[in-house]
Design a binder for this molecule. Structure first.
Ligand SMILES: NC(=O)c1ccc[n+]([C@@H]2O[C@H](COP(=O)([O-])OP(=O)(O)OC[C@H]3O[C@@H](n4cnc5c(N)ncnc54)[C@H](OP(=O)(O)O)[C@@H]3O)[C@@H](O)[C@H]2O)c1
Length: 278
């Protein structure tokens, strides 16, 4: 009974978190909404609740996130938080998003509040925009038009490497020094998308630029990629927050929790170089 349940275990943060925990010798239960196969896997579908009754068996700590694509994050997360409370877990770390606490009525904030009031030892981590978006969500524009295409003007973001989020989560799940605190997680510096494009160009030797597109063009692109309309509107809302400067702040939380500085965008671009050379 000393296993850590990781939601989104096959996703961007979860994959790195599982690696970090296993490197420390921790036993991990990898949650997946797909049909589970391996002994380490646990079937859990947040949309249907399937698997929730058994997901915590043998588990004493958990990392929770809401899968992207949904705007009702509280409805997905609150049943899991309630189940964690029933099982009396020793620690729950919830990954939310920077800015989620700006509105007490926001769905992610509601989930945060339920965890904070649970009586369990908890942490909420609120990362800023991930660096890894440049090799996933924004990759199509980079490969096909040679540009990061976003409606964010000249605003800057203190992008964070998902591997640093994972390292923070691993430290919080395996220690109690920071119990019952929320942390905004950022990279080391704020960069605008022209600066990001210049770094990607430098690391790949390819000409990559930044094009400031209209929200309407962004909406058409996201809908065209098959994203559900409510989620597209949510994305446009938070991209508007980025443009307004809300993603510029930096914090020292990664340093404070892991004892080392967060990775730079240069380091990220070097490590993911192959993504933009396909
Ligand atoms: N990207 C950013 O810039 C950013 C910034 C701040 C916060 N965030 C937050 O980060 C979270 C996403 O993290 P991520 O990028 O690491 O995730 P991700 O790579 O998109 O992976 C999401 C995971 O969720 C699982 N999943 C999908 N549907 C599910 C369901 N119905 N029930 C249970 N699991 C399901 C998937 O695994 P299976 O297919 O195996 O089930 C997948 O591994 C979101 O909550 C988002 O708000 C993102």
């Amino acid at each position: 009974m000393n296993k850590i349940l990781v939601l989104g275990a096959y996703g961007t943060v979860g994959t790195a978190l599982v690696q970090a925990l296993q490197a420390q010798g921790q036993a991990v239960a990898k949650a997946t909404s797909r049909t589970s196969q391996g002994a380490e896997q646990v079937h859990l579908n947040l949309l249907t609740g399937e698997g929730l009754a058994t997901a915590f068996s043998g588990v004493d700590r958990a990392f929770l996130l809401s899968p992207p694509g949904h705007v009702n994050q509280d409805e997905l997360l609150c049943p899991v938080i309630q189940a964690a409370r029933q099982h009396g877990l020793k620690k729950v770390v919830l990954m939310s998003a920077m800015g989620a606490d700006a509105d007490e009525a926001a769905p992610l904030r509601k989930a945060e509040r339920l965890l904070e009031a649970s009586g369990l030892a908890w942490n909420v981590i609120r990362p800023n925009w991930f660096m890894q978006n440049f090799n996933s969500y924004w990759l199509h524009g980079i490969l096909n038009q040679g540009a990061i295409l976003l409606p964010t003007g000249t605003a800057r973001g203190s992008f964070i490497d998902a591997r640093d989020i994972a390292d923070v989560a691993a430290a919080l799940l395996t220690g109690h020094a920071h119990d019952n605190l929320a942390f905004d997680l950022t990279g080391p510096q704020a960069l605008d998308h022209t600066q990001v494009a210049a770094i990607l160009s430098q690391e790949t030797g390819r000409a990559i630029g930044y094009q400031d597109i209209t929200p309407e063009a962004m909406r058409a692109g996201l809908l065209g990629a098959g994203l559900p309309a409510p989620y597209v509107e949510f994305m446009l809302l938070i991209l508007g927050f980025f443009k307004a400067g809300y993603a510029e702040r930096t914090t020292d939380a990664v340093q404070q929790i892991t004892g080392r500085a967060p990775r730079s965008l240069q380091q990220y671009a070097r490590d993911y170089r192959g993504s933009w050379l396909a």
